[in-house]
Design a binder for this molecule. Structure first.
Ligand code: APR
Ligand code: ZN
Length: 355
């Protein structure tokens, strides 16, 4: 029966794939991992924004075969849990972000070093020449995909793009404010522009980000550290009524509150795409919620990842979306530490590691 089939599916943890990594981006979430902001088990192999080629497949794997080009998925799609079965859900039960177990679905680690266990990050560790991932955490993409760039479509691009088009549903002529102009924030800006927003206010404490952000569509730039008032007050003054849409792509409580306070009290929509530190609380003025504005969280742009990410790759190949401006640096994997230095110096939007 269907019920038995479902139980068997849930139990079939075999379904593992080994991948040869071709490229991996360095995402803000990897930095959260390295800084210990998420409760994860160490030692681990970081990285999740990856593109690779299937090297071999284990028992029961049917959706990919050796030689296929694939993306790794920090948010898997099991197609079987409540969230996957719900038309509006994408936060698959089998994800390993909140919380992070650091192990495969069957409880095992597939990495070791001198006999010692090495943990997985989000079940998709990508800062490694070869990795092992569950079938539900990879998706096959177009054979023509340029592998030195499409790793961004594994996380940063859909996270930002989907926050705008799926979750906020930004409307033509609207005013948007974007907190954080890194990889995710830049994808948000691109999507706001593509959705016809007439004003896009970019907020970042690193002014090196402003030039690229303007090229992508930001109309006004604000550095909160250089303002005489709180940034949300400045946004209120600039817009008169507050932003229609506010996006948080930093991962800090302060910027989440600033984004919330920057949007219109009556019809504003505030989207949180940043990953806050694991023990953080978000204190909001309870009485002000009544005025009607919306607070929403969004993970991986609300995309059901295996269903939707290949289409973004195809859109990129057909020039419907351009991810090239987000790839500011590319370095061989053996220069990982140099890449992290560039990231920490705030010089990159995305640095792609090449294997
Ligand atoms: N106010 C405004 N901007 C800030 C602040 C701040 N207090 N602190 C940092 N920033 C800026 C950084 O200067 C950088 O430009 O936020 C940006 C973050 O960008 P990245 O480091 O490239 O991170 P990204 O990959 O874009 O991820 C952003 O989204 O999915 C989540 O986990 C991810 O929380 C992370 C967030
Ligand atoms: Zn990411």
């Amino acid at each position: 029966s269907k019920e038995v089939e479902k139980i068997i599916k849930q139990l079939s943890f075999g379904h593992l794939i080994s991948l040869q990594m071709i490229s991996s981006g360095i995402c803000g979430s990897d930095d959260h991992v390295l800084k210990g902001k998420l409760p994860m088990k160490f030692p681990l192999i970081p990285g999740h924004e990856g593109a690779g080629i299937v090297e071999s497949v284990g028992d029961g794997v049917s959706t990919v075969k050796p030689g296929d080009k694939v993306l790794t998925l920090i948010l898997p799609q099991c197609k079987n849990c409540d969230s996957c079965l719900h038309p509006e859900g994408n936060f698959c039960d089998k994800q390993d972000v909140l919380p992070c177990s650091g192990v495969m679905l069957d409880g095992t680690c597939r990495f070791s070093c001198r006999g010692k266990k090495v943990y997985h990050s989000f079940r998709v560790s990508t800062f490694t020449e070869y990795t092992v991932v569950p079938e539900i955490a990879v998706v096959k993409i177009d054979d023509a995909a340029p592998m030195d760039k499409v790793c961004l479509i594994s996380c940063g691009v859909p996270t930002g793009y989907g926050a705008v088009v799926n979750s906020a549903k930004v409307t033509p002529g609207s005013t948007c404010v974007v907190f954080g102009l890194g990889g995710v924030g830049s994808a948000i800006v691109m999507a706001c522009k593509a959705s016809g927003a007439s004003r896009i206010i970019g907020v970042d404490i690193n002014e090196k980000k402003f030039l690229r952000a303007k090229a992508l569509g930001v109309t006004d730039c604000l550095n909160p550290n250089k303002l005489k008032k709180p940034v949300h007050e400045v946004v209120m003054e600039m817009t008169g009524v507050g932003a229609d849409f506010a996006f948080e792509a930093v991962g800090l409580v302060d910027t989440m509150i600033a984004a919330w306070n920057s949007c219109n009290n009556s019809y504003g929509v505030c989207l949180i795409a940043g990953l806050a530190p694991s023990d953080a609380q978000l204190p909001l003025d309870a009485v002000r919620i009544l005025s009607g504005k919306t607070l929403k969280g969004v993970c991986l742009g609300d995309y059901k990842t295996r269903d939707c990410l290949p289409k973004i790759v195809t859109d990129y190949l057909q020039d419907k979306i351009n991810i090239d401006p987000l790839v500011t640096h590319q370095l061989p994997f053996n220069q990982l530490h140099k890449a992290l230095k560039l990231y920490h110096a705030g010089k990159t939007i995305r640095c792609v590691l090449l294997f």
